[in-house]
Design a protein around this ligand. Structure first.
Ligand code: THU
Length: 135
């Protein structure tokens, strides 16, 4: 099943996480309209603030491959947690601009359950392009 394949990709991606400081491995996977799945993980740094979360890492990869919000149909985010992984504020902001409003976002946990949310649910009243243009 398409969703299970996407979820497995997010779980697989978490294994490549470079997180020697937090030891908290996160994986993300994007399903594109052409069927391709793009994976990514969190990559940390000794200068902690320079670390990047799995969500942004993966979204930036997709854009660097030439894809954009119209191409990204579903996003899965995995961490080996009891509760569903909850994206940080920075990633919510980036998601709100880099995926479309009808993109399906799946938050996963270790017992193979998921919670489906929209970008609007993750970040209502987001700062956006119109705000910048409206100065
Ligand atoms: N992290 C993510 O990659 N995604 C999230 O949704 C939450 C947090 C990362 C950042 C850092 O490398 C580690 O998890 C601990 O915060």
């Amino acid at each position: 099943m398409e969703l299970e394949k996407l979820f497995e990709a997010a779980r697989e991606a978490s294994k490549l996480s470079y997180s020697p400081y937090s030891k908290f491995k996160v994986g993300a996977a994007l399903l594109l309209s052409n069927g391709e799945i793009i994976k990514g993980s969190n990559i940390e740094n000794a200068s902690y603030g320079l670390s990047i979360c799995a969500e942004r890492s993966t979204l930036f990869s997709a854009y660097n491959k030439g894809y954009n919000k119209e191409d990204i149909k579903k996003v899965a985010i995995f961490a080996n947690t009891s509760d569903f992984i909850s994206p940080c504020g920075a990633c919510r902001q980036v998601l709100s601009e880099l995926v479309s409003k009808d993109c399906e976002i799946y938050l996963l946990n270790k017992i193979k359950k998921y919670k489906r949310v929209s970008v609007e649910e993750l970040l209502p009243f987001a700062f956006n392009k119109e705000d910048v243009n409206g100065i």
